[in-house]
Design a protein around this ligand. Structure first.
Ligand SMILES: CC(C)(COP(=O)(O)OP(=O)(O)OC[C@H]1O[C@@H](n2cnc3c(N)ncnc32)[C@H](O)[C@@H]1OP(=O)(O)O)[C@@H](O)C(=O)NCCC(=O)NCCS
Ligand code: SF4
Length: 365
C-alpha cells in the first residue's frame, strides 16, 4: 500500500514482473503523471516509440488523440495522468501485424499499479482509450455499446474513446464516427469543468495581503516577512498566485540570484494554504513558473528544499553541477534545474538577494 504517488512511480519504473513471469517485453515501464492531476487516461500499452522514449503517446496515435481532444502537447501532458493497462512495450505481434496484445496474465500483473494510482490520485475524469482499457476498467466488451456514453466509477466520470491508431477499422463506419464525436464532446465538457477550478496567474496589487496570509499560514511569520522584504528590494522576477473560487490558495516566488558571474532564478518561498495542500497546487505553481522562465530565456533555476518534492520537476543536487551554496550544510537540499542546454550552465558560488540572509531564522533561500 503506497502513501505517495512518487514512491509508487519509483517502484513502477523498476517493475519487471512480466519478464520474471516469462513474457517477452520490448521496453522498461513507461510512467508519466503527477499528483494533483484530476484527469486520468488509460490506454492499452506503450508502442515502440513510447517504449524507446519512455514517454506515453509520442507516436502517431498520440498526435491523433491530441487532435481529437484539441490539446497541444504541453496541455495534454499537464492535463492527463497517462496510464495504460500494461506499462511496458509488449513488442511486435508474432503474426508481424502490429504490436502484441498483452496476455491476460500480464494485464493481471499490471493492474496493481493502476489500482494504487487511482486510489492515490482520486481523479474526477477517467478516459479509456481502446477496447482493452474499456474491458479492464468497466468490464464492457463492445466499443459500439460504450462510445458516446459516460459512466460513473467511484468518484469519477469515465468516458470511453476508441483507439486513435485506427488499426481496428471501427472508425470507418460513419455511425461510429458520430459516436466518437459525442464522446469527445463529453471529454471536453468534463475537462472544462476541471480547469475552471484552479487558476495560476501573476500576483496583482490586490493580492498583497492574501499572499502574505497564505505564506504565514503555510510556513512561519519569518517567511511572510521575507516575501515583503524581497518585494521591497526589487528582487522578484515572478510572483505567481494560485486562485480558486476567487481566493488565493497558493503562492510561488522566483527571485533573481547570481551563480558565479551569471544571473539565475531562485525559487522560494513556495507556499500552499494548509487546507489545500497535496492537491497539486504547489506543482501547478512551480510548473507555471518554470514554463515562464523557459519562455523568457532563463538558463538555470536553483532551490533549497526537500529533494523528495523538487525532483519531480527535474531538480537535482546543485553541488554535482559545480554550483556552490552560500549556506553551510545545505547538502542535497540545495538543488538546480538547467532550463536551456544550448551552452554549459553557469556554475560557481551563489549569491542570493539580500533579504534571504538578513532575515534571521529563515529556512527558505
Ligand atoms: C510544500 C508545498 C508547497 C507543496 O505544495 P502542495 O500543493 O501541497 O503539493 P502538491 O500537491 O503539488 O504535491 C503533493 C506531493 O508533495 C509531497 N509534499 C508535500 N509537502 C512536501 C514537503 N515539504 N517535502 C516533501 N514532499 C512534500 C506530498 O507528499 C505529495 O507527494 P506525492 O506527489 O508523491 O503524492 C506545500 O505543501 C506547503 O506549502 N507546505 C508548507 C510550506 C513548505 O514546507 N514549503 C517549503 C517547500 S520545500
Ligand atoms: S507491464 Fe506492468 S507488470 Fe508487467 S513488467 Fe511492465 S510495469 Fe511490470
Amino acid at each position: 500500500m503506497y502513501r505517495s504517488l512518487a514512491s509508487l512511480q519509483r517502484d513502477n519504473r523498476r517493475c519487471r514482473l512480466c519478464l520474471e513471469a516469462g513474457h517477452p517485453l520490448g521496453s522498461r515501464p513507461v510512467v508519466e503523471g503527477h499528483s494533483g492531476q484530476r484527469a486520468y487516461l488509460l490506454g492499452q500499452a506503450p508502442g515502440v516509440v513510447e517504449g524507446a522514449e519512455l514517454r506515453p503517446w509520442r507516436g502517431r496515435a498520440g498526435q491523433t488523440l491530441r487532435r481529437w481532444l484539441r490539446l497541444d502537447e504541453e496541455a495534454f501532458y499537464a492535463t492527463f495522468y497517462c496510464a495504460a493497462v500494461t506499462r511496458c512495450y509488449p513488442g511486435r505481434a508474432p503474426s508481424g501485424r502490429g504490436d502484441r496484445t498483452p496476455t491476460p496474465r500480464e494485464q493481471e500483473l499490471c493492474a496493481f499499479w493502476r489500482e494504487q494510482e487511482l486510489r492515490l490520485l482520486q481523479p474526477q475524469l477517467i478516459v479509456t482509450v481502446g477496447g482493452l482499457a474499456l474491458r479492464r476498467l468497466l468490464g464492457i466488451g463492445s466499443l459500439t455499446e460504450a462510445i458516446g456514453k459516460s459512466y460513473v466509477l467511484g468518484g469519477a466520470i469515465v468516458v470511453p474513446l476508441p483507439h486513435p491508431s485506427g488499426a481496428s477499422g471501427w472508425l470507418n463506419d460513419p455511425a461510429n464516427r458520430a459516436r466518437l464525436g459525442k464522446a469527445l464532446t463529453h471529454v471536453r465538457r468534463e475537462l472544462a469543468r476541471l480547469v475552471e477550478v484552479l487558476v495560476v496567474r501573476p500576483e496583482g496589487p490586490a493580492d498583497d495581503a492574501a499572499v502574505i496570509q497564505v505564506v504565514r499560514r503555510a510556513m512561519r511569520p519569518q517567511e511572510a516577512l521575507l516575501v515583503e522584504r524581497l518585494r521591497e528590494e526589487g528582487a522578484v522576477a515572478y510572483s505567481l498566485v494560485a486562485e480558486e473560487s476567487d481566493a488565493v490558495v497558493g503562492h510561488a516566488l522566483f527571485t533573481v540570484a547570481a551563480v558565479g558571474t551569471e544571473k539565475a532564478l531562485a525559487l522560494g518561498p513556495l507556499a500552499v494554504a494548509p487546507e489545500h495542500q497535496s492537491r497539486g497546487i504547489g506543482t501547478a505553481l512551480v510548473r507555471a513558473g518554470l514554463a515562464r522562465a523557459r519562455a523568457d530565456g532563463w538558463r538555470l533555476v536553483i532551490v533549497l528544499g526537500d529533494p523528495a518534492y523538487y525532483q519531480r520537476f527535474g531538480f537535482a543536487p546543485a553541488h554535482a553541477m559545480g554550483i556552490e551554496s552560500p549556506f553551510e550544510h545545505s547538502g542535497d537540499a540545495f538543488q538546480a534545474l538547467v532550463l536551456s542546454g544550448d551552452r554549459p550552465p553557469p556554475h560557481g558560488k551563489v549569491t542570493y538577494a539580500h533579504a534571504f540572509t538578513e532575515i534571521e531564522g529563515n529556512d527558505e533561500r
